[in-house]
Write a protein that binds this ligand. Structure first.
Ligand code: PGA
Length: 248
């Protein structure tokens, strides 16, 4: 059985003090959760939020990590810097990083390998654009993102994959539960082909893209969907908690 994982992705929202206030509101609401609960926060919020999460069942995540151990990479954050504050997860290759910051499947691969080596759990984002879906290229695009982005990973079970159709992110347009389930089944099949069928059964694959308190139950009821990566709805404690408590 795969344990569901619900992760918030705050993106560029919440100062450190706002972030602390938010996790203090979330913590009591999710303490009975049956899933893994994660908040991925802006790098500068990490020290304060890390402190505020002590004694809770919420794990801390970052929104990116550089692939080098250290060195001349102005503005970047290394795995060791994250680990010092108890960070456990890191989002890699979010579509906004791909779209605005030149992230490619190759850099996703390098960051993912670095994260794994450091003992961080990568949440690797993949997904097709609206145009790619409409022209029937979804499976080819996802196949390539998996093949290149997850190349050379020894133990694929240690990776969390977030399937986020780009057209559903922040748009209010959710993939239907059936669409999401079907596409995630394809991702799992591909993992089975490129790695091993047994590992594919164990890899956790989240859905992301306008997932909210209203649609989470239907999405989470789907056999292939093992959790959610939540943007907008993770910024409000009651909404995020309702998603975490999808099974109650
Ligand atoms: P959204 O974002 O929930 O606001 O659509 C999801 C994401 O980008 O991870």
């Amino acid at each position: 059985m795969r344990k569901p994982i619900i992760a918030g992705n705050w993106k560029m929202n919440n100062t450190a003090s706002e972030g602390v206030a938010l996790v203090k509101q979330i913590a009591p609401l999710v303490k009975e959760a049956n899933c893994d609960v994660v908040v991925c926060v802006p790098a500068i919020d990490i020290p304060a939020v890390s402190e505020a999460l002590k004694g809770t069942n919420i794990a801390l995540g970052a929104e990116n990590v550089h692939f080098a151990e250290k060195g001349a990479f102005t503005g970047e954050i290394s795995a060791a810097m994250l680990l010092e504050y108890g960070v456990k997860y890191v989002i890699i290759g979010h579509s906004e990083r791909r779209q605005y910051f030149g992230e490619t499947d190759e850099t996703v691969n390098k960051r993912t390998l670095t994260a794994l080596k450091a003992g961080l759990t990568p949440i690797v984002c993949i997904g097709e654009s609206l145009e790619e879906r409409e022209t029937g290229e979804t499976e080819a695009v996802l196949f390539e993102q998996i093949k290149v982005g997850l190349k050379d990973i020894e133990d694929i079970k240690e990776v969390v994959i977030a399937y986020e159709p780009v057209w559903a992110i922040g748009t209010g347009k959710t993939a239907t539960a059936e669409q999401a389930n079907e596409t995630i089944a394809f991702i799992r099949k591909t993992i089975g082909e490129l790695f091993c069928p047994k590992c594919a059964e164990k890899v956790r694959i989240q859905y992301g893209g306008s997932m909210n308190a209203g649609n989470c139950k239907e999405l989470m009821a789907m056999e292939e969907i093992d959790g959610g990566l939540i943007g907008g709805a993770s910024l409000k404690a009651p909404d995020f908690a309702a998603i975490v408590n999808f099974d109650k």
